[in-house]
Design a protein. Sequence first.
Length: 136
Amino acid sequence: MRADVTLWACTCLRCQQAKVSWHTRSKLGGFVPPSARFEHVHIDLMGPLPPSEGFRYCLICVDHFSKWPEAFPLVDISANTIATPFYSGWISQFGPPLRLTTDQGTQFESVLFQALTKFLGTARQRTTPYHPVVNG
């Protein structure tokens, strides 16, 4: 019976016109292929994880060209907590990237993080909502 109801609802024109769409679907954007290592970096957050020495989250940074990953433990996911290891860990080791891809999390949209990318001269690229696989 469930299959019959599903088929009927999918083929009913009135049902489809009245259907509420909760998420707007965006097209997947393309990336310009990088020509050098550490030119284009993807960053994202992972967690919450089981606590280890007070750390519950990880900042994951991946180079788009070489796929080189780095992970930095975080106590929380505030903008200040993320900006510090990104600058002292990734930037101090590999230099500032030309492009940085993030999701649209509040930490990455904060005034602090925008000021950091402007200071570094790094162009920001945001992933489309509901397509997290796009971020490296």
